[in-house]
Design a binder for this molecule. Structure first.
Ligand code: GRF
Length: 214
């Protein structure tokens, strides 16, 4: 049975598109069970048929806690094997994280634990980093703090601005996401005692991206 993916996205959805393309190409054994957004006008939603789209705002639900519960109920209703955050710009509440513990993945555009939070590309430039990249990690209650599964690295070039660096990182984000989703979909990936495990063995250092192509 293909793994059922619940996708959480707030924006453009290029990572979602990479997933859709891989499913279509037969290189990822998964299906999209639903796409969930806190932004009803998120372009990501337009990438899937209407029946798979869900969007609410915290305001429309009567506040952040209520939104979290409504979102969690909607996600649970599509019975996902994995909840995959791709550019989901809202912090998931504790109740949500606990309800789907060990099943929530996030892609973050930095080499965690460096540059948690927002504006990672500009912060890498400001810090004078020679290397930057993306991390795929389990989501826990701490922002961008869960166990890192895999990372992809890119060089920072002299003269880069945040946009140039973001584009270089995005090009490795997509294959990184797909590599990890293949492991997840084939049942090889899990979280145990705060560690990511692959084939039952803890990953003490993040897996490197194997293939730079999606
Ligand atoms: C990506 O850079 C992702 O790492 C970050 O938000 C961006 C989302 O891009 N969390 P997209 O919406 O998938 O195109």
């Amino acid at each position: 049975m293909p793994a059922r993916l619940a996708i959480l996205a707030s924006g453009r959805g290029s990572n979602l598109q990479a997933i859709l393309d891989a499913i279509q190409a037969g290189t990822l054994d998964a299906r999209i069970a639903g796409v969930f957004s806190d932004k009803p006008d998120a372009p990501a939603l337009q990438r899937v048929p209407e029946a798979l789209r869900w969007a609410r705002t915290p305001k429309s639900c009567g506040g952040r806690d209520a939104f979290d519960t409504v979102l969690a109920d909607a996600v649970a209703a599509c019975a996902p094997d994995w909840v995959v955050c791709v550019g989901y710009m809202r912090i998931l509440g504790d109740a949500f994280v606990q309800r789907f513990a060990g099943k929530i993945l996030n892609i973050h555009p930095s080499l965690l634990p460096r540059h948690k939070g927002l504006h990672t590309h500009q912060r890498a430039l400001d810090a004078g980093d020679g290397e930057h990249g993306a991390s795929l990690h389990f989501v826990n209650a701490e922002l961008d703090g869960g166990a890192v599964i895999a990372q992809a690295r890119v060089p920072v070039h002299a003269g880069d601005d945040a946009d140039a660096l973001a584009a270089r990182v995005l090009a490795v984000e997509h294959p990184l996401l797909l590599e990890v989703l293949r492991l997840a979909a084939s049942g090889r990936l899990a979280e145990r005692d705060g560690h990511a495990t692959l084939d039952g063995q803890p990953l003490f250092t993040p897996l490197p991206l194997q293939s730079p192509k999606a």
